[in-house]
Write a protein that binds this ligand. Sequence first.
Ligand code: NAI
Length: 509
Amino acid sequence: MKFMNTIYKTVGLVGTGAMGRGIAQLAAQAGSTVKLYDTQPQAASKAQEALFAQWDKLLEKGRLDDQQVGNYKACLVIATGLSDLADCDLIVEAIVEKLEVKKGLFAELETLIAPHAVLATNTSSLSITAIAAGLKRPEQVAGFHFFNPVPLMKVVEVIAGLKTNPEVCTGLTQYARQMGHTPVMAQDTPGFIVNHAGRGYGTEALRIVSEGISDFATIDRILRDQVGFKLGPFELMDLTALDVSHPVMESIYHQYFEEARYRPSVITAQRLAGGVVGKKVGEGFYKYVNGAAQIRPEPAAPVVENMPPVWLSPRAARRTELLQLLKDLGATIETGASPSPTALTLVAPLGFDITTVAVVERLDPARTVGIDMLIDDAATKRRVLATNPATRIDMRNAAHALFARDGKPVSVIRDSGGFVTQRVVATIVNIASDICQQRVCSPKDLEVAVTLGLGYPLGPLAMGDRYGPTNVLEVLFNMQTVYGDQRYRPSPWLRRRGAIGLSLMHTED
Ligand code: NAI
């Protein structure tokens, strides 16, 4: 049988930079004849050469055979002008991210191609509806949003504009599968799925730094060790680079008419202005020497000779587990209704700050320290403690030394409603819930898009279920009280699903 794609026999790729060539690779591997076009002289032939070299490398490694490489290479041709694309069944553009330029390109292509041909855009931040507006056949236009690097990031968002013919999306969805990628369907909304869902992680971490609660490296350590993120938010921003990620934060915020949930940070705006954008320039949140981040070692746990007895608040989250942990660590546990005058007083709030808890529970703030118990201690590789402004240094040191007794790393942060993990997890789950509420996509596609597109250890809804939807809701309700900030108001979707489970598929989905 001839090597030929059955959905789109001939595919045009306009713009053969980083994204265009990756998409061209997948299209040729799916058996389409791929025509490469770029306004920059030599860009298309450079892309062709790079892809040939890529396939030769895969042949050397034994991942492809001669026949496959021959087929793929034969599929990849150069177009010298837009008119060469007239016989294409699908044209994907991956040119500059400018609305007027993309509109102009599609208007010109529309006069050349057959009525059945599909015009797809790889835009990550522009509206599909806006790109299609003014065209003669807006129903033939859809978003086909890949991620960088295209061959490795196995997910693609298929986006319907206001007037897109559903069959166009069906075709792109099937084609994505033939390319070896997983398609997810998204409504034409700012950031689509992945860039929208990604707003929780970095933005909340930046907010924690901007409040002086902790530093970049500690926050990265906490989120890696407690939740299992592969990269901390600041490591991730250094890798993506702020000249890419800060404009995305601003764009989504403004496109949602200054919705508080997506508010960007002055920290990244200033660092971008200063050119301290990330690993590629040798300095971002971390300094890089020969590509390696320079990270100061964590302070060692203090040595405490006379460990005070510990009194645990009856309102602590996961209290039974925490009591067992204290026993396992060899603490002397007080059982009285209130702490003795020498006791280290331990609280474990969800969403509330340590100061508020000490005041409400009538505890001595000087001896009160908090611990984050959103996640099972057994399921984390780090413990996080928080002081309040009045906590005595000997009490902070005692708590630090006690919780480090079994060798598990301990971070101590300043007082904050919701510690680090609670804040970031609750924000991720809340934004994801709002994506479901807005029907940007199905809950199932959301989970797939986030795990494949952002590499999170769990989909955000599964994350909410694992740590307890009611716990997440409690964190948000209390943080809304502590901060008086609309950004923490729980999505109605989360409030309704809180009691029944977030990843539960339901007739309403
Ligand atoms: P790039 O700068 O590497 O490549 C763009 C290419 O388009 C260049 O070769 C340029 O000469 C060519 N070009 C510009 N205007 C043109 C025109 N009017 N006609 C024909 N060719 C033209 O850019 P990159 O990173 O490949 O991004 C391209 C598109 O993909 C943008 O819309 C971007 O938002 C989107 N995108 C980028 C991602 C990324 O991580 N780089 C991720 C997802 C989407």
